[in-house]
Design a protein around this ligand. Sequence first.
Ligand SMILES: C[S@@+](CC[C@H](N)C(=O)[O-])C[C@H]1O[C@@H](n2cnc3c(N)ncnc32)[C@H](O)[C@@H]1O
Length: 283
Amino acid sequence: MRRNGVSVLEVGAGPAPALFAISDFYDDLRAWLTSIEGAPAISPVAVPHSIDRGAAWSSLLHEVSEMLMMRDPTHSVSAVPFRITYNDLAGFSVASQYQDAIREKAWMIENEFERAGEDISSEWARKFAMEEGVNVPSRYDIIVLCNFLTNTSMPTNFEAELKDLAQSLTPGGLLIVLGATRGSYPRIYGRLHEIVASTRLRLVDGLDDPIQAHEDTWTQNIVGAHLRASVAFASAAEPEQFAHVAGKLKKYAPGVVDPFVKLRFPEFRALVWKNEWESRRRG
Ligand SMILES: C[S@@+](CC[C@H](N)C(=O)[O-])C[C@H]1O[C@@H](n2cnc3c(N)ncnc32)[C@H](O)[C@@H]1O
C-alpha cells in the first residue's frame, strides 16, 4: 500500500492486462477501505508505465482506457495506461530513464532562468529538478512480466535488463513474473531464479503450485463470452487470414471456435520476489 500512489511497470505489456488488473485491484481496495472505520486512505495507481516494441499497442491502450473512463467516470485518469511508455526492453534501465528525465527538467529550468535574465548553475538547476520531481520514477512499486519470457533464450538474452529491473524496486516493492506451467517454462523459470538470486530480492513463499485461470464460473462466462465474440468477429472481418489459424484453434482450443464445446482455461504460474532491503541511494 502506498499513500502517494502506486507506480507500476509492465514489461512486454502488449494490451497491458497486468496494468489494468492492478489498477482495478487498487480501486477495489480503496472502495473496500472506505467502508471500514479507521482504515488508512490509500491512493490509486499513479504511474501505469509499460514497455513493448509492438507499434499497434498504444492505440489499443488508448481506446480501452477511454472506454473505461466513460463507463466509470470515478476511475482515476492517472490509473490507466493511455499508451505504451517505452519501446524496447533491450538496453532499458529504470535508473537511466529517471536520470534522463531529471536532466531534461534541469535543462528547462536553466532555460527559464536565462529567459528571465537570471543566472543559475547546472548543479542548482539539477537540485530544483529533483525537488520538483519528474513523472518518471527512479524505482517502481510493482514490476510485472506477464507471458513475456516465452522461450529459454530470453532470460539469458535479457539478463542485464532483468537484473536492472530486479534492482529497481522501492522498499517492499514486488517483481511479479506470470507464465505457463509446462513445456520449456520450468527451464525458463530455473534460469530466472539464477538471475534474480544475485540481486538480493526474496522469493515470496507459498506460490509453488500452478494456479487455475478463471476458476469460478462467473469469470469463466464473462471471459469465455468475450473470447468467442472476439474470435467470431476476427473470422468475419478477415476470413482469409483467419483460415490460417482456424485449424490450430480447433485443435488446441476448440471451445473458442465451437460454442458447443466447453471452454477450458489453462493453469499458470506466478513467481513473486520482494525487495526487503532498505533504499539504496542513486545519484
Ligand atoms: C506474448 S506477448 C504478451 C503480452 C501481454 N503481456 C499479455 O500477457 O497479454 C509478448 C509481448 O512482448 C513484446 N516484446 C517482445 N520483445 C520485446 C522487447 N525486446 N521489448 C519490449 N517488448 C517486447 C511483444 O511485442 C508482445 O507484445
